[in-house]
Design a binder for this molecule. Structure first.
Ligand code: MV4
Length: 448
């Protein structure tokens, strides 16, 4: 097992990884930027080193600064968390060639699955259900029109190098397609330095259901149930829950086995998430694999009683997973809300600043994953998520009641947060019925 791990991240996920390390008897080393000098998570780490100025490209994304600290502090492994360098195949390669374990997938698996077109190709070969669409990249608008006529409108043009909703254009007719095709290519070239695009049939207002998988280098693959992440705004998730209100045990098993089949075909070892869209008929379609630990991994931890960060570390160290598929049953119901320092009444504008008062919810079935404390100044430099509030209960109605209670206890003064919006969601009739989809927040709740 490793004796020391460097955490190339910040905030709540840095603290989450520190906690796993401490429980495993592993020393933790944090790197941080000048904007994060007062980060409360740094006090919890065994060592912390400033590696540069606030802007991410001069600190958290600067591979040479991260690696120099890894060498000097003599760590065995690096945990990238999510965001920053987590899905950077080159970084994983640099770690490997420096004799430091990257706690994540191999560079080959990141490349294969990170490109949505090659992931789609692998899905076809692995008999994973997909929406009708292209087998190869679409080279010109004439070809785009032919494909769209073939599969029928509406269609969606997606950047192969994109993901998480970036570089997509929906088209309901030929004129929109010709425009969307060019826009998607231009946007992809600028954003990702790769203008490859593919086309798929567009599914209107699906549910977003993703499968958590974890595997080790001994060929053990386990799926840890699903998460329903349909409540999003502009591709930013607001609420995640497990199990999905609409999945049957049969469908869960089918989606789980599908996700495992795909990850096995990719030679994927570590935690990962296969994202699917689910339609009204209960048919599911593969979208993409997120080759990292995700923000909402916590929801799956609660319903499967696993520790996914611990499992990730064990897998990276060459050990066997501490559980098998037979051990992992989904029990009870978990809900997570993301508390962002944003003003929901003003277009979700970031609301950085100093926390002047704080009451953290607790009691039965409540989990608080956050790095904030009174007196801490949330910098404007990074993502606005400041806490994940989770509840766990026997069933969904009790989990919702518990979340209402926990949100009622929560007090964060000094900055605006998404807490009032979450109160509204937990009291919304349609959410309570479980009758929501990916368009719900923008088209229904915020339009009310
Ligand atoms: C789609 C889709 C409808 N049809 N693909 C957005 C994130 C990316 N992973 C896939 N996305 C979508 N792909 C087809 N063929 C609708 C979305 C989508 C969406 C997906 C999940 C959660 C929220 C969403 C919001 C808008 C669009």
């Amino acid at each position: 097992m490793f004796s020391k791990i460097l955490i190339a991240n910040r905030g709540e996920i840095a603290l989450r990884i520190i906690r796993a390390c401490r429980e495993m008897g592993i020393k933790s080393v944090c790197v941080y930027s000048e904007a994060d000098r007062d980060g409360p998570w740094l006090e919890q780490a065994d060592e912390a080193y400033c590696i540069g100025p606030g802007p991410s490209n001069k600190s958290y994304l600067d591979i040479s600064r991260v690696m120099a600290t890894a060498e000097v502090s003599d760590v065995d492994a690096i945990h990238p968390g999510y965001g920053f360098l987590a899905e950077n195949a080159h970084f994983a390669e640099v770690c490997e060639s420096s004799g430091i374990s990257f706690i994540g997938p191999s560079p080959e698996a990141i490349r294969l699955l990170g490109n949505k077109a090659s992931a789609r190709d692998l899905a076809v070969k692995s008999k994973v259900p997909l929406l009708p669409g292209t087998k190869e990249l679409v080279e010109d608008e004439k070809e785009a029109i032919e494909i769209a006529n073939d599969i029928g409108y509406p269609v969606i043009v997606k950047a192969a190098a994109g993901g998480g909703g970036r570089g997509m254009r929906v088209a309901h007719n030929e004129i929109a397609l010709v425009n969307g095709y060019m826009q998607a290519r231009t946007e992809a070239a600028t954003a990702f330095g790769d203008d490859g695009v593919y086309i798929e049939k567009y599914l209107e207002r699906p549910r977003h259901v993703e499968i958590q998988i974890i595997s080790d280098s001994h060929g053990n693959y386990v799926y840890c149930g699903e998460r329903d992440c349909s409540l999003q705004r502009r591709h930013q998730k607001l609420v995640e829950e497990a199990p999905s209100p609409v999945l049957t045990p049969e469908l869960r098993q089918k989606m789980g086995e599908t996700a495992v089949r795909l990850c096995k075909a990719a030679g994927y070892v570590t935690a990962g998430t296969a994202e699917f869209l689910l339609d009204k008929n209960g048919d599911f379609y593969f979208m993409e694999v997120n080759t990292r630990i995700q923000v909402e991994h916590t929801v799956s931890e609660l319903v499967t009683r696993t520790d996914l960060i611990r499992a990730q570390i064990m897998a990276a160290a060459g050990e066997k997973l501490p559980f098998t598929q037979e051990d992992v049953e989904v029990r009870g119901h978990a809900i997570e809300v993301r508390i962002n320092a944003e003003d929901p009444d003003n277009g979700f504008r970031p609301s950085p600043g100093t926390i002047t008062d704080l009451f953290i919810p607790g009691g039965p079935g409540v989990r608080w994953d956050s790095h904030i404390k009174v007196g801490y100044t949330i910098p404007p430099t990074y993502d606005s998520m400041v806490a994940k509030l989770l509840v766990f209960a026997d069933d969904r109605p009790q989990a919702i009641a518990r979340m209402r209670r926990a949100l009622g206890e929560l007090k964060i003064e000094g900055v605006k947060t998404t807490t009032p919006l979450h109160q509204r969601i937990m009291n919304d009739g349609q959410f309570i019925k479980g009758d929501v989809d990916t368009g719900y927040i923008e088209n229904v709740l915020l339009a009310k």
